[in-house]
Design a protein around this ligand. Structure first.
Ligand SMILES: Nc1ncnc2c1ncn2[C@@H]1O[C@H](COP(=O)(O)OP(=O)(O)OP(=O)(O)O)[C@@H](O)[C@H]1O
Ligand SMILES: [Mg+2]
Length: 364
């Protein structure tokens, strides 16, 4: 079993800044876990700590129940694929794939078998005799992944492995990676800045912020039930809209939320007691529609973007500098910059946050 366990893991560089500030995590055998978070929040550092390339300042890392804090990188059974990988330019694909095994003293037959198997999985068998400069970007990336497969690691760590590829190759490689995981079933951790990769590849996503995990869970759970405003704003593009509101009176089971001069939203539910004096309504761009200005929250269109399959409308709420965006069907007509519109949020899809950005448990 290759469960990976992190307990109170910390990292301070040069005794100064604490970059990893206490990570507790259990990654199941065969799980595909995605890390996302802003630049500089510590994703690469944590992967390097798991791989043994970076000393751990505090806490414990275990694989299959064995504490590996002091186990050297080569003995951990962990392999890392970096964003910028370097293939040996003077070696063929086959030699690149087999180099680490040869270095480890494996026989020619063993190396050949391992290389053949990896090439088959990654569908690069016809390329084995080529040199790296004769390969496309995606093919080179596959060779880089192949080099880690041949080592039969217990755990794969990927640090933005596709970020150097163009859009169509990324899509192709993303599908290949999913297939690879289904076929070899190893435990994998995958760092990305790409929303689609995060949502589609992972069994779970861990969202990092400043050296800590904000939330960890299945992609749709994080998307639909973010525990706080940071997570809500990080997943999704355009990001979730946040509208500051003051709770007004309640009529039966419906609460009125007043968004300043823009107007009032009816919320089908009750606030917890004591009720906060200010709340933030979180609503995704695809969960708002356009109505007449007197029927919804009043806003003025700043920009309309045609993306081919959808329309993104950017607008500013009346009486504030609160900007919002809407995702509408591509054939929606009659919208242009400068137009006053009403926004109609599907409140049953919305989320409410308190003044500290924590999601409110809203009763009904
Ligand atoms: N060797 C080092 N010495 C000192 N500080 C470091 C070192 N390596 C990384 N850091 C700092 O640690 C923090 C986390 O860096 P890290 O590379 O882990 O971020 P990241 O989440 O991978 O970011 P990105 O998304 O940009 O790749 C940053 O503030 C970085 O400057
Ligand atoms: Mg990084």
């Amino acid at each position: 079993m290759t469960t990976l366990t992190l307990r109170g893991v910390r990292k301070t560089f040069d005794g100064r800044v604490e970059v990893i500030r206490g990570i507790d995590m259990d990654i199941a055998d065969g799980e595909f876990l995605v890390f996302i978070g802003p630049s500089g929040c510590g994703k690469t550092t944590l992967l390097r700590m798991i791989a043994g390339l970076e000393h751990i300042t505090g806490g414990d890392i275990s694989i299959g129940g064995e504490r590996i804090n002091d186990v050297p990188p080569s003995k951990r059974g962990v392999a890392m694929v970096f964003q910028s990988y370097a293939l040996y330019p003077h070696m063929t694909v086959a030699e690149n794939l087999g180099f680490a095994l040869k270095l480890a003293g494996q026989s020619r037959q063993e190396v050949k078998a391992a290389v053949g198997r990896a090439a088959e999985i990654l569908q690069i068998t016809p390329l084995l005799d080529r040199k790296p400069k004769e390969l496309s970007g995606g093919q080179r990336q596959r060779v880089a992944i192949g080099r880690t497969i041949v080592r039969k690691p217990r755990v794969f760590l990927f640090d933005e492995p596709l970020s150097n590829l163009d859009a169509s190759l990324r899509v192709q490689m993303r599908i290949e990676l999913s297939k690879l995981h289904a076929e070899i079933g190893n435990t994998m951790i995958y760092v990305t800045h790409d929303q689609v990769e995060a949502m589609t590849l992972g069994d779970r996503i861990a969202i990092f912020n400043a050296g800590k995990i904000e939330q960890i869970g299945p992609p749709m759970e994080l998307y639909e039930q973010p525990g706080n405003q940071f997570v809500a704003g990080f997943l999704g593009s355009p990001r979730m809209n946040f509208i500051a509101c003051t709770p007004g009176g309640a009529t039966g089971d419906t609460l009125q939320l007043v968004a300043g001069e823009a107007g009032t939203v009816s919320w089908p539910g009750k606030l917890p007691t004591p009720a906060p004096s200010e709340v933030v309504l979180g609503i995704r761009p695809e969960h708002m529609t356009v109505t007449r200005v007197e029927q919804g929250l009043a806003a003025r269109i700043d920009l309309v973007e045609h993306l081919g399959d959808t329309l993104i409308v950017h607008a500013t709420l009346r009486g504030s500098d609160n900007t919002v965006s809407l995702r509408l069907p591509a054939d929606h007509e009659g919208l242009s910059a400068g137009l006053d519109i009403g926004l109609s949020p599907q409140t049953e899809r919305a989320r409410l946050f308190d003044g500290d950005g924590q999601a409110l448990a809203v009763g009904s």
